[in-house]
Design a protein around this ligand. Structure first.
Ligand SMILES: *Cc1c(COP(=O)(O)O)cnc(C)c1O
Length: 231
């Protein structure tokens, strides 16, 4: 089932890219694997997911020990508490969900201690929702400008989770705003910044995100099926 799901998503990704006049090769598929076990994650990697995204540190550590991500990069995509940073820095290829300054500082400190450079994305709360963490568009631009001061952190782009859309296509404006921010920051050529990843689009809206310039979609339910939160 996972294999068929990924094949179907790839076909839709390619169609969305071509419709937008983009090369399908520019867009990566991140398997958002929260609450799915190591066997399911392995199946997604075998079926060609470009990377895996994990939300909880405990799940990350557990599945990593089980070799779930072998053969694919693993990204952290969930809310990261500062007291868990040391379990994540150096253990993942990319932390997509850097959503506040104290977390950024904490990652810098831990990466310096280990003598590594940690790749990150800034998470942007593009809808300005009270319930979500993340930088505002303006804050993200300011933080990017200051990245030269974080010598053990490398900024590779932006991530967003837009508001839940009531109508099909309802988030295209937010996706477009993200693309503009992504391009603007990239043009500034700041130190410790190389804007290559614009992570946006999930199971319900990835075609719209691709139409607006996403370079990475994070897909959970469309790959693995519905999550069973009571399990
Ligand atoms: C769960 C999750 C996804 C995937 O959501 P689906 O709607 O299941 O595709 C993407 N990004 C983040 C940060 C997530 O937590």
């Amino acid at each position: 089932m996972i294999q068929e799901n990924i094949a179907r998503i790839r076909a839709r990704m390619a169609e969305a890219a071509r419709t937008a006049g983009r090369d399908p090769e520019e867009i990566q598929l991140c398997a958002a694997s929260k609450m799915n076990d190591a066997a399911a994650v392995r199946a997604a990697v075998a079926a060609g997911a470009d990377c895996c995204g994990e939300n909880r540190v405990q799940e990350l550590v557990q599945k990593q020990a089980q070799g779930a991500y072998d053969g694919a990069p693993v990204h952290f995509i969930g809310h990261l508490q500062t007291n868990k940073v040391r379990q994540v820095v150096g253990a993942v290829d990319l932390i997509q969900s850097v959503d506040r300054l104290d977390l950024l500082r904490c990652i810098q400190k831990e990466a310096a201690k280990r003598g590594v450079v940690q790749n990150i994305l800034l998470e942007v709360n593009v809808g300005g929702e009270e319930s979500k963490s993340g930088f505002s568009v303006r804050e993200a631009a300011e933080v990017a400008a200051e990245m030269g001061g974080y010598s053990n952190v490398f900024l590779q782009g932006l991530m967003t989770i837009p508001p839940i859309s009531r109508a099909p296509g309802g988030n295209r404006g937010y996706f477009a705003e993200m693309r503009n921010l992504f391009v603007d920051i990239g043009e500034k050529k700041y130190d410790n910044v190389n804007m290559v990843c614009l992570s946006m689009g999930m199971s319900d809206d990835y075609a719209d995100a691709i139409a607006e310039g996403s370079t990475m979609i994070r897909v959970g339910t469309a790959i693995f099926g519905a999550r069973h939160y009571m399990k």
